[in-house]
Ligand binder design. Structure first.
Ligand SMILES: *Cc1c(COP(=O)(O)O)cnc(C)c1O
Length: 797
């Protein structure tokens, strides 16, 4: 939008006076932040209103992306960038002696997600709006976000994330759009003639769901979509006259906390309650809005697409059925057709421990009517498909069996599209994990490789690099990332390559400053910055990285590292509070870090840094400064990964396995510009089928590994008596579930190759440039366009 510095400064002054009775001279940074946010909200709200009117008028089809997690991070700069005001506001603030970066730090990260899944949902929100697509989010407004991580004596300690204390200036509470969600009680069916039944309920618990809307502002366009997050409240003036304490507490806890497990299924009643809560509320609002437009219910799939992000919102399927049948007297057959046409589903993992399966008993007592509908869906599925495909395929794919409701099965059967999130992952779904479904419904399966919102991950996170790209190829890439390919023309231009190297060096200096402030460790910006940031999980193999660090440390101690290029290893990772093994790894990383960083023999050849509380804002500070991104999951375990894409876009080279999107990154940049090591997925599957892996054989025959692993239990690494034993045993007694030892030699060799390559400044810088130049296919703009065209059938404005 068009706005002068003077106009903006005037608006800010007014806002400061109106909200805080302050001036630009005596307001503190928090007050400036709040006033600024309100001014910005005022600017985009006009566009928001206009786009809502446009959407209602045209009744064009919209997508609703149901996700139990979102991780937008801070909204301030994102909104400024997308409104085209970032520079104006930065300059205006500088004029009044203020600094946008400092002001921005007063915004609490909106961290209502765990990791990749929630971040993907937020990248999609940004991309949907920025590509002009009508796509909205639907989720839960958790009172507490993902825990804050502190490291104390090397251990992870979890503190509550009280992000709403100062209020959230971006949200709009819409009490008039509140709906009721009902749990428990009894249900019986009354026959009403013509073979139709109507349900009757007694003793249900009613909870009020109140929506909080946040504008998702498109990049320099007219689109503003909505992120709707639901809060649980006591229904006012309802039949509940004397609410019991238990009931009041129930209501309070429902939208209080985000489950802090990543890639792990919890099976807790409260979680199931949360799932139904935001699903039911979201669908009710969608149907109410749709009917208010005066459109006929049987045509709803022409106007509404509902997306189920992983299985957490899978209850969309029976809940949509319930609304159509019970509330709008539709026949089962018609309702089922509409449901399948409206719903689509993304699978995010093939790991058994992440597969949601609810006990029938729990489902029946918490959601009696929904349970009935699921059983009916399951019975009808069996009846229809046994004659078509035989009993054994149907048995393998049934929704209700062994006393459990299988949510992935429900999601596939009740929707018209099931997609994986990278080619390898979608192939594994078709060929292995969901093969039986693939035989029954081949046309439903497809791939949509993940992507990242380029605006946040380069334009905001790396303003200096963005400026250099402008200078080199012009600004059009900011609107269309495909234009980055123009950079290829400069791959042998040393003058340009040196400029990119200089920007990287500045980014490293900035991170070095942060590391000194936060951890008191001095790191050398000339060293290789080698970064692994992601949730801490055994399958992601942070341990493999740590074993390599120990190898380098022993090389130094043995005097075998004269020519080593100095390295700084940087970690950021939260572990689920109940995931003891992951927490043991965090402790081990920190103790190895202490040992190495305080060893005077090491000098600045090697440093290890664990930055606490990894979240979106910290990611924005760390990733631009990386030379190397670690993507070292066991092949076939990481569905896609997205931090690999963030590193690439910021000119870091990947060291990684042939897993997830690493494979497609390799295809995009070519073998010379990525460092691939280790087993591929077929090697891994072969081990699974022949069962011949013996980690102790490697331990006994590889003296380097033996020495490293022994250091975990013989006191060489101090202060990890219990954790060291746990890790040692996992590698030996418990046969190294994720093949860390099997891939170790290949990893070490490849790290050596990488180090040698780094010495050749021209070659390295050229590879970095080519990574940036080829990053466009990993933009989530590309991803959401594919969803829009191939799954949702929605069009850009
Ligand atoms: C991108 C991102 C992730 C996902 O990282 P992966 O390496 O793909 O697992 C997790 N957390 C945050 C804060 C992120 O920004």
């Amino acid at each position: 939008m068009e706005l002068t510095k003077q106009q903006f400064t005037e608006d800010l002054r007014k806002s400061l006076t109106q909200n805080f009775a302050k001036t630009t001279k005596n307001a503190n940074d928090q007050e400036i932040y709040m006033s600024l946010a309100r001014v910005i909200k005022g600017y985009y709200s006009k566009i928001w209103l206009e786009d809502n009117e446009y959407k209602d008028k045209t009744a064009a089809k919209q997508t609703y992306y149901f996700s139990i997690e979102f991780m937008p991070g801070r909204m301030l700069k994102s909104n400024l960038l997308n409104l085209g005001l970032l520079q104006t506001v930065r300059d205006a603030l500088a004029d009044i002696g203020s600094d946008l970066d400092k002001i921005s730090e007063n915004e609490q990260d909106m961290a209502i997600g765990n990791g990749g899944l929630g971040r993907l949902a937020s990248c999609f929100m940004d991309s949907l709006a920025s590509t002009g697509l009508p796509g909205n989010g639907n989720g839960i407004r958790y009172k507490y976000g993902l825990f804050k991580q502190r490291i104390i004596d090397g251990y992870q300690v979890e503190l509550p994330d009280v992000w709403l204390t100062n209020g959230n200036p971006w949200e709009v509470r819409r009490s008039d759009k509140a709906v009721e969600v009902k749990f428990g009680g009894n249900v019986w069916m009354e026959e009403i003639g013509h073979g139709r039944y109507t349900p009757h309920f007694e003793n249900q618990e009613t909870i009020l769901a109140v929506p909080y809307d946040t504008a998702m502002v498109g990049y320099e366009n007219k689109t503003v979509n909505n992120l709707c997050l639901w809060r649980a409240e006591l229904p006012e003036g309802s039949e509940v006259i004397h609410p019991s304490l238990d009931y009041m507490q129930d209501v309070d806890t429902l939208s209080a906390v985000l489950y802090p497990d990543d890639s792990n299924y919890s099976g807790r009643l409260l979680r199931l309650k949360q799932e139904y809560f935001f699903v039911s509320a979201g669908l009710q609002r969608i149907v109410n809005h749709y009917l208010n437009l005066g459109l006929p219910l049987p045509r709803i799939p022409e106007h509404v697409a509902v997306h189920i992000n992983d299985t957490h919102p899978a209850l969309c399927i029976p809940e949509f059925m319930r609304i159509l049948i019970d509330e709008h007297e539709m026949s089962w057959e018609s309702a089922w057709q509409l449901t399948v046409k409206t719903m689509s589903y993304t699978n995010h993992t093939i790991m058994a421990e992440a597969m949601e399966k609810w006990s029938e008993e729990m489902m029946k007592s918490l959601l009696p009517r929904i349970y009935q509908i699921i059983v009916e869906i399951d019975n009808r599925f069996a009846k229809e498909y046994i004659p078509k495909v035989g009993p054994s395929l149907v048995h393998n794919t049934r929704i209700v069996k062994d006393g459990k409701v299988h949510m992935a099965n429900l999601s596939i059967i009740g929707s018209h599209s099931t997609n994986g999130v990278a080619k390898i992952h979608s192939d594994l779904l078709k060929d292995v994990v969901l093969h039986d479904f693939y035989i029954i419904f081949p046309e439903r399966f497809n791939n949509k490789t993940n992507g990242i919102a380029e605006r946040r991950w380069i334009q905001i996170a790396n303003e200096e690099l963005s400026g250099l790209i402008d200078e080199t190829i012009g600004k059009s890439w900011r609107k269309d990332l495909n234009d980055l390919t123009v950079l290829k023309a400069f791959q042998d231009n040393d003058e340009i390559l040196n400029k990119f190297e200089a920007v990287k060096f500045h980014d490293k200096e900035r991170l070095a400053k942060l590391i000194l402030e936060k951890n008191g460790i001095t790191v050398n910006p000339n060293a290789i910055f080698d970064v692994q940031v992601k949730r801490l999980h055994a399958y992601k193999r942070q341990l493999l990285n740590l074993l390599h660090i120990m190898k380098l440390y022993f090389d130094i101690k043995d005097g075998n590292a004269e020519n080593m290029v100095p390295r700084v290893f940087i970690f950021g990772a939260k572990a689920a509070p109940s995931y003891q093994y992951a927490k043991a790894i965090i402790k081990a990383i920190n103790e190895v870090a202490n040992m190495i960083n305080s060893d005077t023999d090491v000098e600045d050849k090697l440093k290890v840094v664990f930055l606490e509380n990894y979240n979106v804002s910290l990611a924005e500070q760390i990733i631009p400064s990386a030379n190397v991104g670690e993507q070292i999951s066991l092949a076939s375990t990481e569905a896609s990964g997205t931090s690999n894409m963030k590193f690439m876009l910021n000119g870091a080279l990947t060291i990684g396995t042939l897993d997830g999107a690493n494979i497609e990154i390799k295809d995009a940049v070519g073998d010379e510009n990525i460092f691939i090591f280790g087993m591929n997925k077929d090697d891994v599957l072969e081990y699974y089928t022949n069962g011949r892996y013996q980690s102790t054989e490697i331990y006994n025959s590889n003296p380097i590994l033996k020495r490293i692993l022994n250091a975990f239990v013989d006191g060489s690494i101090p202060n990890i008596e219990n954790e060291g034993r746990e890790i040692f045993d996992s590698m030996t007694v418990y046969n190294d579930e994720y093949f860390v030892l099997r891939d170790f030699d290949s990893y070490v060799e490849t790290q050596k190759r990488l180090e040698d390559y780094y010495r050749d400044r021209h070659a390295w810088n050229k590879s970095c440039l080519l990574n940036i130049a080829n990053a466009a296919r990993f933009s989530s703009d590309r991803t959401v366009r594919e969803y829009a065209e191939q799954i949702w059938q929605i069009n850009p404005r």
